[in-house]
Design a protein. Sequence first.
Lengths: 590, 590
Amino acid sequence: MIERLLPGVAWMRRYDRESLRSDGLAALIVTIMLIPQSLAYALLAGLPPQVGLYASMLPLLGYALFGSSNALAVGPVAVVSLMTAAAVGKLASVGSPEYLGAALALALLSGGLLLAMGLLRLGFLANLLSHPVISGFITASGLLIAISQLKHLLGVEAGGHALPEILAALVAAAPETNPITLAIGLGALGFLFWVRHAFKAWLTRLGCGPRTADALAKAGPVMAVAVTTLVVAAFDLASAGVSVVGAIPQGLPPIALPPFDGELWAALLPSALLISVVGFVESVSVAQTLAAKRRERIDPNRELLGLGAANLAAGVSGGYPVTGGFARSVVNFDAGARTPMAGVLTAVGIGLTALFLTPLFHALPKATLAATIIVAVLSLVDLGALRRTWRYAKTDFAAMAATIVMVLAVGVEAGIVTGVALSVALFLWRSARPHMAVVGQVPATQHFRNVLRHEVVTSAHVLSLRVDESLYFANARSLEDRVYTLIAEHPRVTDLVLMCPAVNAIDASALESLEAINQRLAAGGVRFHLSEIKGPVMDRLERVDFLAHLSGQVFLSQHDAMRVLDPVATLRADIGSRPPQSSATLRTGA
Amino acid sequence: MIERLLPGVAWMRRYDRESLRSDGLAALIVTIMLIPQSLAYALLAGLPPQVGLYASMLPLLGYALFGSSNALAVGPVAVVSLMTAAAVGKLASVGSPEYLGAALALALLSGGLLLAMGLLRLGFLANLLSHPVISGFITASGLLIAISQLKHLLGVEAGGHALPEILAALVAAAPETNPITLAIGLGALGFLFWVRHAFKAWLTRLGCGPRTADALAKAGPVMAVAVTTLVVAAFDLASAGVSVVGAIPQGLPPIALPPFDGELWAALLPSALLISVVGFVESVSVAQTLAAKRRERIDPNRELLGLGAANLAAGVSGGYPVTGGFARSVVNFDAGARTPMAGVLTAVGIGLTALFLTPLFHALPKATLAATIIVAVLSLVDLGALRRTWRYAKTDFAAMAATIVMVLAVGVEAGIVTGVALSVALFLWRSARPHMAVVGQVPATQHFRNVLRHEVVTSAHVLSLRVDESLYFANARSLEDRVYTLIAEHPRVTDLVLMCPAVNAIDASALESLEAINQRLAAGGVRFHLSEIKGPVMDRLERVDFLAHLSGQVFLSQHDAMRVLDPVATLRADIGSRPPQSSATLRTGA
């Protein structure tokens, strides 16, 4: 029973020293990576640095108790931090207590929504985010985040949530650029790019083993943080105008419910929903990728519970919305994390940092944090996906391009809403004009194929129309149109067979259309038949009196239909041009 | 050329005396029916009575020049009048010049939208209104209209656009009931119900021919109007508190553009869109039903142009939104209307009425008009459709019930938006969990069927999965889940065949999922094959490098796949249990 409520305890039973050693090492590496990240993403969200640390403690415990992934590293991530800034920035100004309170409320709301979705098994909602929309959203958010961090590299004040605003503010503020800040920022940026792209190869050439080289490369941001902090502290560059993180309160997170304010919560609800869905999609795709590598399975509904618990914990412990991060989870996995205990130990590591190490970050320049963000998010930008998607399907490309343009021009929320709405609309538009083909019999087989694509035998008075889509409200009328046009073009036809092998459902609107077709054809002396109706569709048709009114019959196969309606033509097609060998070939299975 | 711009002129060329006589008779009957209706529907829309007359002149000419139906009678209708009252009532108070101006602007906007939809060939947008949603919307609107008219029967003032408001206002105002008004109203109501349900049978029993009986029954509202007007005038009941139509300005409609006010127009735009779509759907379904009876065709895009021209005309000639009315069009058709000239002549008839007859309506009690509305709209109420839809499909029932509840509880606009959104959501939800079946070969045939429904032969190491839905973003992940679960359940399997005869499209998200399946199966030593892929789907797959990475093959038919992957089992199934007669039976076509 307790295992159903707290799936976390399942792994605890079998926990041993070996697992602890493995999880401990992974937790140490992730903690070192997470410290600068949590400070940087809090900065991106417009929040004080300690909020990033708080969001990296209790939320990790919450996920460990309810989540289903052994390797997912939960905490602050770039895209959700940007969405938090956009949502909270509409309601309060950065730095105010209201801003902080709204971020807490957003985490709590988001946690509540994720839990509710998990309990109601609504994980499938995430499927509405199509792959091109997510890909476009991540790319555009990455660009937006990178550009929004330029102000920290320049050492100027500049706000804005969409590209035009941000660029205008940057241009206006550029003359105020602090040259020392810019030097530190560009230095950190150059170093981090070099670490990411050339450091490993260089270490290997120096004779370093590949695992050590990898671990040292991952420590790049920590090195940048250490070096620039030391430089700023040594030369007291803060008094020369270099913006630094400053005093971070020492201690564990405050445990308190965020202020309840009905109006505020109502205003945050749409943003909380978007953040929940985006965070869930990002998290679950990372978790699934990693689980597959070890042949483990992820339960999306349990992921919803785990992320819900994590965000509720963030909301009551001074944090802000969190989710599973991509890069951090991969590091956790590669470093050997075996169970959620790795996350628990990471939380302990961040807790020790918050208790004892925060004075070390006093002189940490914000420009360095901005540089780590820029390097991290630019790796998410994949403009090549635009080209690949264009080649495969124009509708998918349209949804992707619209998402990118809206994220950049208007903002993250407008982007995601536009992307989802457009992909649904394009899907309906496509299925509203289904592929339909007049078919004939392929000689010497029982197959019926499109008369325009194949050499087939057709009947003079029986017309067979295959419809390649479920029949529902959006396409019912186009079926009617096609049938009436066909009948008008073929005045000698006495029977129309609607061939339905690809009709997976017929809704009430389509049923009305079939009834209208049946009546109208009967009035014109044409019988209306159906063939190859799927089992579930037939079950449903039998519940109403449509089949009783049908002027024609229902045939199990199109071949049956043609044998009954035009036996002579069908017999000819069956034997007509069949070379005697071919049937023998078929029989022997060669 | 001119015929393309003004399709109206096509029928003008062949116009003769016989057609004129036929159209003239139909126009006379429709005019007599339309006079009380246009006054009543203006009352329902909260507009002065002459606005109803104005909306029955130029709009009819507009439709005649561009529309494609020979029998459609355009003008004020109940549902659109109710929607106008709801839309304009949000922005101005009844009786104010702003209210009138907003109604004009609404007609103009609606006309513009319809024209734009016609020119952009967006008629398919109307398909988003599924049959259950339209049916629920009409039923609920009918109930709402009938109840909203009770205030006129009681002779009291009571407002409100949704059921709770209207009922509360009625109950509050009930003590003010004017007994004479109530007597007139109930008398008219009883008479009209009797005319509709028993009068024709009574006339026939008196020896009246069926056509004459029919014509007399149609004249019921005119009789009720004439008798109650005479009674009120004779006894001067207006001074006893009976609310009457009063002075209607004599003359033709004023030709003027409505005031341009950007904010007002922006506020009206969503309502104008809903009115356009609902009006179009109502109109085009009437037009198609009537056209089919004479084997004529309706062009939905030309209907958009016709209705657009009609509403633009209404907007510049003192009217309000119009569309094709059901009852009136049927009368027009039955009375012999052959061409749009019948509409032109009806407009002339209403014009003569506006010029010369308006003083006759001075003493017409509003209670009589309310009674004609109630009788007309209650015939639209079809609660039985709820039961029929429940039996056929629960999802369609849910969309219908939600539409009815929202129309009654919140209002017409909330109802239609909820209905459309819910039907789209339910459609996505259904197609997000596609029917998938593991299939085996039916012995002695080349057919493959669901192993759970049929006695089939399966292979020990080849698993065949048929998916009965197009693969797209909403269901791509559930396919992945199903495949991984199947493979986990069947450890001996070396080959998986995805059978795609019902897959009409594969979008970019589904392509990603197929690539993931291919990679993950390959990592586990299972080859991934595809069979029976449709032509258009294959064309698209060939544009990307998916097929090059595919660990298995693409087979034209499932039987080909099994012959190659498990020749022995397939050979056995091909010949195994085939009774020698059955093949002979098949060949002779018996």
